[in-house]
Design a protein around this ligand. Structure first.
Ligand SMILES: Cc1cc2nc3c(=O)[nH]c(=O)nc-3n(C[C@H](O)[C@H](O)[C@H](O)COP(=O)(O)OP(=O)(O)OC[C@H]3O[C@@H](n4cnc5c(N)ncnc54)[C@H](O)[C@@H]3O)c2cc1C
Ligand code: SF4
Length: 597
């Protein structure tokens, strides 16, 4: 099948002598959404992106079979992906002293991935220090959305009003009713597939056609109903019915390539920021993009204390520039935005811009993962193969702990992501003993009978978990790096223990034989869902931003990424990041027109 691909729009010339209405730092989910909303409201916007604009379809090659690639998808010699042991035995900076030419985060898998080697950062150029942390960064137009896992979930008032529910931490300054119209807008503009379940703790989206569950997954769904729990098809940030208003994206053809490695979708059925948000924003004629532009300071008007633009370095030439704008919007991702705030010291903002509370970098939270269960649906052994992985995801089991009940060992909850059935590579092949024809038969017979799932739990936001600037370490462009002071606590440990117990219990109740459990917590950072380093709140003494992600200290400064989240919830954050950014940028555009910023 050949698909007609619409090339990206022509780029406008960057004019650094002019003052733009707004400058956005970062082009991922948050920056892309800011560009979409502001340009559609008529603002003239400059976007600065540290990474390159890549010929992304040539990078992703979603339809390439393993045997079509000289190294079955592995990165070329000289590349190395960090392993779990390296993250835990050593301390950051992980690439220091490495004999490999390029060192990448764990995401490419053992041997690295040829498909993401230009999207992920090289740890050699981008060091960080402090406590162990598996920090995954993508520097390219679109950021991490080029390779994200697509699970697109809403938060509920169990999250926004979590303190009211269980007494821990702080409530958000908004409730679900404030954000629901913006979740709806994101669903309709970008497309999301799923099934309505009417759960108060996992609100439904405006879904397009769902993915089918496999036989083993249906078995689990039916069994869980009797336990008062739900297994729902993966809520994928993927357009399964197509989007008439977007000419850069195709609908999902269920080709199964999503399952291959982190590699994205080369027909852009899966949401990515460039085709979903940035190209349509460029079509308005109001968006100018400058890639290879590493922002390192929010510039301040010495008279007013307000933001006046961004200082940046060209990543290729190492030359310094300034971009001028009436409003500054940071969307560089949770940790990079915190770094930028801390880097932006001036007489008016001696602790970093927007940091009069001292909370920038603090209350850092995310998801804990690792524990999981693998099961065998015995009566599926030997059944003819079916095309099970031609879909962008398997299933999701929403949180079921600490809703009506109170767990003795921990507060908050976790959900499970999983899948069952046939996949591109029969996972059991490696563990099957024997050789020859009998071995092949064993592998084929069992290939579709396995089902597995792993937990994603809420890590509590704690002031003591934070990042600051390392006074000594610098990146390849001479910019001070982040230093981590971050670790999981007892609540996370107890929650992880419960994941294994509950996972086993659910498999056994469904008559699925448990063939393996994993109780290992993965390293801090592994979930790639970092949040909270510039949280919202009503009190400027204990929060950095107001409910519209506007700095309490500097009216024309907004931070629209996950750094604004007050707590992590256990639901994956990207859909919430975009709904919040949409809401804040509408507020910003109104303020801009009224002259109140
Ligand atoms: C493998 C993988 C799987 C994932 N799966 C899921 C999932 O299933 N569901 C989910 O909700 N989320 C998932 N995520 C997380 C999701 O990708 C992020 O939540 C989302 O991309 C965050 O958007 P962002 O705009 O804040 O950051 P990013 O997407 O990281 O974009 C930030 C951009 O800012 C740029 N930037 C950084 N610093 C600077 C600077 N100083 N100057 C200029 N530009 C800068 C970066 O280059 C980048 O392009 C996954 C991520 C990965 C990597
Ligand atoms: S299954 Fe759908 S979303 Fe995933 S790569 Fe294929 S077309 Fe894209």
């Amino acid at each position: 099948m050949t698909l007609l691909r619409v090339p990206p729009p022509l780029e406008q010339d960057v004019d650094l002598s002019k003052t733009y209405d707004a400058v956005i730092v970062g082009s991922g989910a948050a920056g892309g959404m800011a560009a979409h909303v502001l340009t559609s409201r008529g603002l003239r916007v400059l976007m600065l992106e540290a990474g390159k604009k890549l010929p992304i379809e040539q990078e992703l090659r979603s339809m390439q079979w393993p045997y079509d690639h000289p190294r079955r998808g592995d990165a070329p010699p000289g590349y190395h992906s960090l392993s779990f042991n390296e993250y835990n035995i050593r301390t950051p900076p992980y690439a220091k002293g490495s004999t490999f030419k390029h060192v990448m985060s764990y995401v490419g898998g053992w041997g690295g991935s040829d498909y993401v080697k230009n999207i992920l950062v090289d740890e050699k150029d981008h060091p960080y220090t402090g406590t162990k942390y598996a920090w995954v960064r993508a520097r390219a137009l679109g950021g991490k959305t080029n390779i994200w896992g697509r699970l697109a979930l809403r938060l509920s008032d169990y999250d926004f009003k979590a303190k009211t529910h269980d007494g821990y931490g702080d409530d958000w300054p908004i409730s679900y009713a404030d954000l629901q119209p913006y979740y709806d807008k994101v669903d309709l503009y970008l497309g999301i597939s799923g099934v309505k379940e009417n759960l108060p703790h996992l609100p439904d989206s405006l879904f397009q056609r769902p993915n089918k569950l496999t036989l083993g997954e249906v078995r689990m769904r039916e069994s869980l109903k009797k336990m008062g729990r739900v297994l729902t098809p993966y809520r994928a940030g993927v357009t399964t019915d197509g989007l008439k208003h977007n000419r850069y994206r195709s609908k999902c053809y269920g080709r199964g390539a999503c399952d291959r490695r982190p590699g994205g979708c080369d027909i852009h059925a899966a949401f990515d920021s460039p085709t979903g948000l940035i190209y349509p924003a460029m079509d308005t004629g109001h968006l100018t993009i400058r890639t290879n532009s590493i922002a390192h300071e929010v510039l301040v008007d010495r008279n007013t204390g307000k933001a006046r633009g961004i200082a940046f370095i060209d990543s290729a030439t190492h030359k310094s520039y300034e971009a001028k704008a009436k409003v500054v919007i940071l969307a560089a991702s949770t940790l990079e935005s915190a770094r930028l705030l801390l880097l932006s010291r001036s007489p008016q903002h001696p602790n970093g811009i927007g940091n009069s509370s001292g909370h920038v970098g603090h209350n850092f939270c995310e998801h804990v993962m690792g524990p999981g269960v693998t099961g065998l649906v015995k009566d599926l052994v030997g059944k003819p193969p079916t095309l099970d992985d031609g879909r962008p995801g398997g299933f999701y089991i929403p949180r079921f702990r600490n809703l009506q009940d109170r767990q003795p060992g921990f507060v908050r909850g976790y959900g499970f992501e999983g899948s069952g059935g046939f996949s591109i590579f029969p996972g059991n092949a490696m563990g099957t003993p024997g050789f020859g024809a009998q071995f092949k038969k064993e592998v084929r017979d069992h290939a579709g009978a396995f089902i597995g799932m792993g937990g994603f739990g809420e890590v509590l936001a704690r002031y003591e978990n934070y990042v600051d600037l390392d006074p000594d370490a610098k990146d390849a462009w001479g910019i001070p790096t982040l230093r981590f002071h971050y670790q999981f606590g007892d609540n996370e440990r107890k929650m992880c223990e419960d994941m294994v117990v509950a996972g086993r219990e659910m498999f056994e109740a469904a008559g699925i034989e448990v063939v393996g459990t994993d109780d290992k917590m993965l390293t801090e950072g592994w979930s790639i869902h970092e949040l909270g380093t510039a949280r919202m709140g009503s009190d400027p003494k204990t929060s950095v931003l107001n409910q519209f992600q506007q700095s309490h200290d500097v009216k024309n400064l907004f931070v629209v990424d996950g750094s604004s989240h007050v707590s992590a919830s256990c639901q994956n954050p990207t859909w919430t990041i975009m709904a919040l950014a949409w809401r804040s940028c509408e507020y910003l555009a109104d303020g801009f027109r009224k002259g109140t910023l």
